[in-house]
Ligand binder design. Structure first.
Ligand code: 5AD
Ligand code: FES
Length: 356
């Protein structure tokens, strides 16, 4: 089949997702890598991720820190601990941090995050960019955090198929509410990031094709997506018969490549889940067209408590070990690191220029 990689149709995406041909796979990776260099450049940008609490009010069937998992001991960092991580990131010349935790909407939590954002700005001389990844919130909450200094927000839709969404979540977790959050975030002024899990039980290649089309139709600025990985103490694990690491990894890489080719100028993260499947997974992600890396800067003593899936890498390492390790990995594949830069989504920047 002759494919115009610069102008993929829905049929092409579906065809390439289904293809098991090694030459086609390699060609797809090459095309996506070239498209990345052309549209967003050669640099990989860092967002140091601080996973500051595993206390969660939600009960997603796939996630290791879901409320009903009694096997997890719960922790919450205090502001000082968060600031220590952020300061370290700043000193290591990371341009941005991400604040992520289990989902909570109570006022105590909202005010805590607001304060943490303000303090991070202060200790970093306003230099650190702040992305947040704290789930579904009211528009008012999103606004408070934005005004405190965060400017990017990640909230995955997990899948664009509403029926599949229902099989992954309890009844009170509503797809339309999740979708509405993307609109709220955009109204407030954030750069909006979303993503899906790849290779879920019962997910079809049509679903994944529609996910990529969803990103485009909803004018998404940043994408963070990764392979689904079993967590043994979750209900979804029971639905998985044979978990094939190599298949999950390759499907994840194909999704990155196709998203790069179809959306062109967005930021795409090479996620840690890729590395859980292969020790060079994140490097492969960059070579498949991703341009963002999220090094873990959480204090080592808390990493064990934040296991969304089995075999999460880097739980015994600390922030500077991850820095050195990643620097080696990234230079080895000939990519540069965008130290001290925010590395905002070119897609968002172009849009803003047009509106001005
Ligand atoms: N495998 C892969 N990704 C997962 N996430 C949660 N649990 C898993 C899992 N078992 C992802 C979800 C969520 C993000 C924070 O982590 O997509 O949005
Ligand atoms: Fe953490 Fe390699 S990125 S040790």
């Amino acid at each position: 089949m002759k494919i115009d990689y610069r102008n993929l149709s829905k049929e092409d995406i579906l065809y390439l997702l289904k293809s098991e041909d090694k030459t086609e796979f390699d060609e797809l990776m090459q095309q996506a890598y070239d498209m990345k260099n052309e549209n967003v450049g050669h640099k990989a940008y860092y967002r140091g991720i601080i996973e500051f609490s595993n206390i969660c009010a939600k009960d997603c069937y796939y996630c290791g820190i879901r409320k009903s998992n009694k096997g997890v001991s719960r922790f919450a960092m205090n502001i000082r601990e968060i600031l220590d991580c952020a300061e370290l990131a700043w000193k290591m010349n990371y341009g941005s941090v991400v604040l992520q935790s289990g989902e909570r909407t109570d006022e105590e939590f909202v005010a805590f995050v607001e304060k943490a954002i303000r303090e991070i700005k202060k200790v970093s001389n306003n230099e650190l960019g702040i992305t947040i990844s704290l789930g579904e919130q009211s528009e008012e909450t999103y606004r408070r955090w934005f005004e405190a200094g965060a400017h990017r927000y990640l909230i995955r839709i997990e899948t664009s198929n509403n029926e599949l969404y229902k099989t992954l979540h309890p009844q009170d977790h509503d797809f339309s509410e999740r979708f509405e959050c993307l609109n709220r975030l955009r109204r407030v002024g954030y750069q909006v990031g979303t993503g899906v899990m790849i290779g879920l039980p019962e997910q079809t290649m049509e679903d994944l094709t529609n996910d990529i089309i969803f990103f485009k139709e909803n004018d998404i600025d940043m994408i963070g997506m990764g392979p689904y990985i079993v967590h043994h103490e979750t209900p979804l694990a029971k639905k998985v018969k044979d978990f094939n690491k190599e298949y999950q990894l390759n499907l994840g890489l194909k999704m990155i490549a196709l998203t790069r080719l179809y959306l062109k100028d967005v930021n795409i993260a090479s996620t840690t889940a890729l590395q859980a499947l292969h020790h060079e997974g994140r490097e492969f992600g960059l070579q498949a067209g991703a341009n963002i890396i999220m090094p873990n800067i959480t204090h080592t003593k808390y990493r064990e408590g934040y296991q969304l899936y089995d075999n999460k890498p880097c739980t015994d390492e600390n922030a500077s070990m991850c820095r050195a390790c990643l620097e080696g990995r990234i230079s080895k594949i000939g990519e540069e690191i965008g130290y001290n830069e925010w590395g905002d989504s070119p897609h968002f920047e172009k849009k803003n220029k047009l509106e001005k």
